[in-house]
Design a protein around this ligand. Structure first.
Ligand code: FAD
Ligand code: NAD
Length: 465
C-alpha cells in the first residue's frame, strides 16, 4: 500500500496549492481528483473560463460601442460565438495543463479517482470500477463547492441553468433571466448583455452585491443599467417553469404583487454549497455544520486531529485566493510552522466592467460596530487616465479611523479596480494610515492615482476634485 505524509482530496486552488506547499516543505504528498482535469471549479468552470468570456465579450462591446469614438472604423463586426467558447476552452485546457506540470515538478503523486475516507488514516480511491487504498498521516479536505438552488427550482441544465452551463452555451440567449444579483449573476449577465441578449436580474435583497459596501452596489447598478441590464431588486422568486424553449418565472415584487418574466434561459446564481457527498466523513466522525460546511478550528483542523479542511468546503468567503491562502497555511501548520491569515484582508472582486473591488470593513459594518471613522472618496472621471481610455465611471472610497487614521476599508469601482485593490491590501497588511498612502508617489497617469487622491480626501485635501 502506498503511504504519504499528506494526502489532499480535491485539486482546486485550495487543494493544489496545499499540495505544492506540502511538497516544498519536504512532505511526501498525494492529491486525489475525481475529474480527469486538475484545477477544480476555479480553473475548469469558474474563475478562468468566466474571465475568458468577460474579456472576449468586452472586446466585442468595445469594437461596437467605443472604437468609432477612438477613430477606428470597423464594418461587419460580428460575434462568432462558437469560436469564443472554443477559445475559452483552450484557455482552460492550458491552465489546467499547467497544474499537471506543477504536480510533476513538485513530485506530487496524482490519483485520478473519487476519494473517500475508510478511516482516519486510510483513503479509498475509486476509479473505473476499481478501488485502491492509500495510507496517509495527514489528510487535507479541499473538495470545494457546487451551485446551490432554490427548493422549487428544477435545474434542467438546458433552459434552467447554473454557471457551469452558462459558460458553455451553444447559442446566445435572446432573453436571459438571472436569479441572484451576486457575483456570478452580474459577471455572466454582463457577458451575455454585451453579446446581445436581453438580461434581467432578479435579486431578493433590496440591492445587488448585497454584502458589499452600498456605494459599490449603487454605482455598479447604475453602470450596468446604462449598459442595458434590467434590475428587479427586492423581488422574491416563487416559481420557475419551462414550456418548451420558454422559461416562465414568477416573483413577488417589492409590494408583494406577483410579476411574471419570460425568457429562453434562466441562470440560477443564488450561491454555492459545500461539497462533501460520499466523502465518507461518517466513517471518521468529521463534524459538519448545519450549512454543510466542514467545521475547523483556527488551525483549519477538524475535530479529527490529523484531518484538515480548506477552501469552499469550510466557512468564509468562497474565493479562490482565500482557498489558496488556506492551502499554504495548512501545509505550513502540518510542517510545524505558525502561519496566520487575516481574513479581514481577503479582497473581494467583481470582474464586471467597471470592475468592483473591496477589502476591509464596509461603511455599514463600521457604523454597526460603532467605530469612529473618516471617509475620503475620489471620482474616476476626475482622472486624466480615465478620460484617456473613456472609462470614467466609478470612484474610490477610503475609510480610515477618525483618531489613528489607520485605513479600515477600501472600496473601489472603475477600470482595473481588480488589480488596484492589491495596493489597498498591502497598505492594510502593514497597517498604513491614509496619510501614508497619500504621501506615496503614484505614477501619472494611472488609475491608481484615484487611491492616492481618495486618501488625500480623507484629510480634505484632494488635489484634483
Ligand atoms: P474547488 O475549486 O471547488 O475544487 C474542489 C475539487 O475537489 C474539484 O475539482 C472536485 O472535483 C474535487 N473533489 C470533490 N470531491 C472529491 C472527492 N471525493 N474525490 C476527489 N475529488 C473530489 N473565485 C475567485 O476568487 N475569483 C473569481 O474570479 C471567481 N470566479 C468564479 C466564477 C464562477 C462561475 C464560479 C462558479 C466560481 C468562481 N470563483 C471565483 C470561486 C472559486 O472558483 C472557488 O472559491 C474556488 O474554486 C474554491 O476552491 P477549492 O479548492 O476550495 O474548491
Ligand atoms: P452570491 O452569494 O455572490 O450571490 C447570490 C445572490 O443571490 C445574492 O445577491 C443573494 O441575495 C441572491 N439570492 C439568494 N436567494 C435568492 C432568491 N431566492 N431570489 C433572488 N435572489 C436570491 O453567489 P453566486 O453569485 O452564486 O456565487 C457563488 C460564489 O462563487 C460566491 O460566494 C462568490 O464568492 C464565488 N464567485 C466569486 C467570483 C469572484 O470572485 N469574482 C465570481 C463568481 C463566483
Amino acid at each position: 500500500m502506498s503511504t504519504y505524509d499528506v494526502t489532499v482530496i480535491g485539486s482546486g486552488p485550495g487543494g493544489y496549492v496545499a499540495a505544492i506547499r506540502c511538497a516544498q516543505l519536504g512532505l511526501k504528498t498525494a492529491i486525489i481528483e475525481k475529474y480527469n482535469t486538475l484545477g477544480g471549479t476555479c480553473l475548469n468552470v469558474g474563475c478562468i473560463p468566466s474571465k475568458a468570456l468577460l474579456d472576449s465579450s468586452h472586446h466585442y462591446h468595445d469594437a461596437v460601442n467605443h472604437f468609432e469614438k477612438h477613430g477606428i472604423e470597423t464594418t461587419g463586426v460580428k460575434v462568432n460565438f462558437k469560436q469564443m467558447i472554443d477559445r475559452k476552452a483552450e484557455v482552460v485546457a492550458q491552465t489546467s495543463g499547467g497544474i499537471n506540470f506543477l504536480m510533476e515538478k513538485n513530485k506530487i503523486t496524482v490519483y485520478q479517482g473519487f476519494g473517500s475516507f475508510k478511516d482516519a488514516t486510510h483513503i479509498n480511491i475509486a476509479s473505473d470500477g476499481k478501488t485502491e487504498t492509500i495510507e496517509s498521516k495527514h489528510t487535507i479536505i479541499a473538495t470545494g463547492s457546487k451551485p446551490s438552488s432554490l427548493p422549487f427550482i428544477k435545474i434542467d441544465k438546458k433552459r434552467v441553468i447554473t454557471s457551469t452551463e452558462a459558460l458553455s452555451l451553444t447559442e446566445i440567449p435572446k432573453h436571459m433571466i438571472v436569479i441572484g444579483g451576486g457575483v456570478i449573476g452580474l459577471e455572466l449577465g454582463q457577458v451575455y448583455n454585451r453579446l446581445g441578449s436581453q438580461v434581467s436580474v432578479i435579486e431578493y435583497m433590496p440591492k445587488i452585491i448585497p454584502t458589499m459596501d452600498s456605494m459599490l452596489s449603487k454605482e455598479l447598478q447604475k453602470s450596468l443599467k446604462k449598459q442595458g441590464i434590467k434590475f428587479f431588486t427586492g423581488h422574491k422568486v416563487t416559481a420557475v417553469n419551462t414550456d418548451g424553449n420558454e422559461v416562465v418565472i414568477t416573483a413577488d415584487d417589492k409590494k408583494g404583487n406577483p410579476v411574471e418574466f419570460k425568457g429562453d434561459y434562466c441562470l440560477v446564481s443564488v450561491g454555492r454549497k459545500p461539497y462533501t457527498d460520499k466523502l465518507g466523513l461518517e466513517n471518521v466522525g468529521v463534524k459538519v455544520s448545519e450549512r454543510g460546511q466542514i467545521e475547523t478550528n483556527e488551525h483549519l483542523q477538524t475535530n479529527i486531529s490529523n484531518i484538515y479542511a480548506i477552501g469552499d468546503v469550510i466557512k468564509g468567503a468562497m474565493l479562490a485566493h482565500k482557498a489558496e491562502e488556506e492551502g499554504s497555511m495548512v501545509a505550513e501548520i502540518i510542517a510545524g510552522q505558525k502561519p496566520h491569515i487575516d481574513y479581514n484582508l481577503i479582497p473581494g472582486v467583481v470582474y464586471t466592467w467597471p470592475e468592483v473591488a473591496a477589502v476591509g470593513k464596509t461603511e455599514e459594518q463600521l457604523k454597526e460596530e460603532g467605530v469612529n471613522y473618516k471617509v475620503g472618496s475620489f471620482p474616476m472621471r476626475a482622472l486624466g487616465r480615465a478620460r484617456a481610455s473613456m472609462d470614467i465611471d466609478g470612484q474610490v472610497k477610503v475609510l480610515a479611523h477618525a483618531d489613528t487614521d489607520e485605513i479600515l476599508g477600501m472600496h473601489m469601482i472603475g477600470a482595473r479596480a481588480a488589480d488596484m485593490i492589491a495596493e489597498a491590501v498591502i497598505a492594510m497588511e502593514f497597517r498604513a494610515s491614509s496619510e501614508d498612502v497619500a504621501r506615496s508617489s503614484h505614477a501619472h497617469p494611472t488609475y491608481t492615482e484615484a487611491i492616492k487622491e481618495a486618501c488625500l480626501a480623507v484629510a480634505g485635501r484632494a488635489i484634483h476634485s
